[in-house]
Design a protein around this ligand. Structure first.
Ligand code: MN
Ligand code: MN
Length: 295
C-alpha cells in the first residue's frame, strides 16, 4: 500500500495480532538497538486534531519507502530496530498518559535501546523527556518546531502541546533546551525564550554549531513536524506558513551524526489532514534518515 491510498478504516481493521510493522523493522524487542512505538493521543490539540492516527498511517505508508538511504548508504535492515506497536493511552487523562509514556520510555532505555516515540501531539514529549532526564541528569533537548510551546499553560491545561517545552524547562532549567525553526508564539514567549533557552528562531542553520558544543552530552531530539513549511507538509494540526523545506530539515538531522542521541520523537503528523498522503510519506522518510543517522 502506498501513502497515497491510505485508508484509515482498512488500516485499523488490519491491526491486532497481524498488525503491520514499520517497513524494515522487527517485532522482536529483545536486543533491539532502537525501539519505535506509537503514542496515539491528541487530546489537547488546540486547533485541528488527528495526530492520534500518525503511527498507524506511517506503518502503512512506510511500505512505499525503500529501507536503504542513498544519502547515507545505510539500510534499516542492517540494524535491529523494533516496532513495539501502539501504546494504549487513556485519552483525556493527561497525567495518566504522561505516566504511561514515561514508563515505556524508561523501560526501553533500561533495555539499552534508543526509544523513538511517534506522536501524537507534542505534549507527550514531556513524559519521554522525563524518563530520559531521570536516566541522564545532564540531558540536553534539541527542539525543532514552528511554535515555541512555552506557554505556562493553555486555557488552564498544563499538559497542552502549547506548553510542553515550559514543562521540560521546569525539569532541566536554563540553557538546556535548544530551539530551532520557531516562527510562532506570543511576544512574551519569545522574550522568555531568549532569556531561558538557547533560542534560534526561523532557521535550523545554527544547529551544527550547538551540536559541536554539546559533543558527548546525552541528547533528546524532539521533532515537531510542523517545523516544515505547510506547502510541503500540510498534514499537521497547527500549520504555520514560512517554514523550512525538506532539504533543510534532513540536513539538520544529518548533523546529529556522531552525537550521543539517547531518545527521539517525531510529533504532530495528522495524516487525515493531507489526503495526498505526502505528509505521511515525508514523516516516514525522516524517520528512516533519523534512525540511520543516529545508529
Ligand atoms: Mn510543538
Ligand atoms: Mn508546532
Amino acid at each position: 500500500m502506498s501513502g497515497t491510498d491510505f485508508d484509515l478504516t482498512a488500516a485499523l481493521a488490519a491491526d491486532g495480532p497481524q498488525r503491520p510493522l514499520f517497513c524494515g523493522f522487527s517485532a522482536e524487542l529483545s536486543g533491539a538497538e532502537a525501539v519505535v512505538y506509537g503514542a496515539p493521543c491528541d487530546s489537547t490539540a488546540s486547533y485541528k486534531p488527528g495526530s492520534r492516527w500518525a503511527s498507524v498511517a506511517m506503518r502503512h505508508a512506510s511500505e512505499s519507502l525503500e529501507t536503504w538511504s542513498p544519502r547515507l548508504d545505510k539500510d534499516l535492515t542492517d540494524f535491529h530496530i523494533a516496532d513495539a506497536g501502539e501504546l494504549e493511552l487513556p485519552l483525556g487523562n493527561m497525567p495518566l498518559v504522561m505516566d504511561k509514556i514515561r514508563k515505556t520510555t524508561a523501560d526501553i532505555l533500561r533495555a539499552g535501546a534508543i526509544p523513538i516515540m511517534i506522536g501524537g501531539e507534542h505534549s507527550l514529549t514531556y513524559g519521554a523527556v522525563r524518563a530520559a532526564y531521570e536516566r541522564y541528569p545532564d540531558l540536553e533537548v534539541i527542539h525543532l518546531d514552528a511554535h515555541t510551546d512555552l506557554r505556562p499553560d493553555y486555557l488552564g491545561e498544563k499538559y497542552s502541546h502549547a506548553s510542553v517545552m515550559r514543562r521540560v524547562w521546569e525539569l532541566l532549567g536554563d540553557g538546556r533546551i535548544h530551539q530551532y525553526g520557531i516562527r510562532s508564539g506570543t511576544r512574551e514567549e519569545f522574550v522568555w525564550a531568549r532569556e531561558h533557552l538557547n533560542f534560534h528562531p526561523f532557521e535550523l542553520s545554527a544547529l551544527p554549531a550547538t551540536l559541536e558544543n554539546l559533543r558527548g552530552r546525552p541528547l533528546y531530539f524532539s521533532l515537531d513536524l510542523d517545523v516544515l513549511d505547510p506547502g510541503c507538509f500540510p498534514g499537521t494540526g497547527t500549520p504555520e506558513p514560512g517554514g523550512v523545506g525538506f532539504a533543510d530539515l534532513v540536513a539538520a538531522i544529518y548533523s546529529l551524526v556522531g552525537q550521543n542521541v539517547v531518545a527521539c520523537d517525531l510529533m504532530e503528523l495528522a495524516p487525515t489532514l493531507d489526503p495526498s498522503g505526502i505528509s505521511t510519506v515525508t514523516a516516514c522518510k525522516l524517520l528512516r534518515e533519523l534512525l540511520l543517522t543516529i545508529l
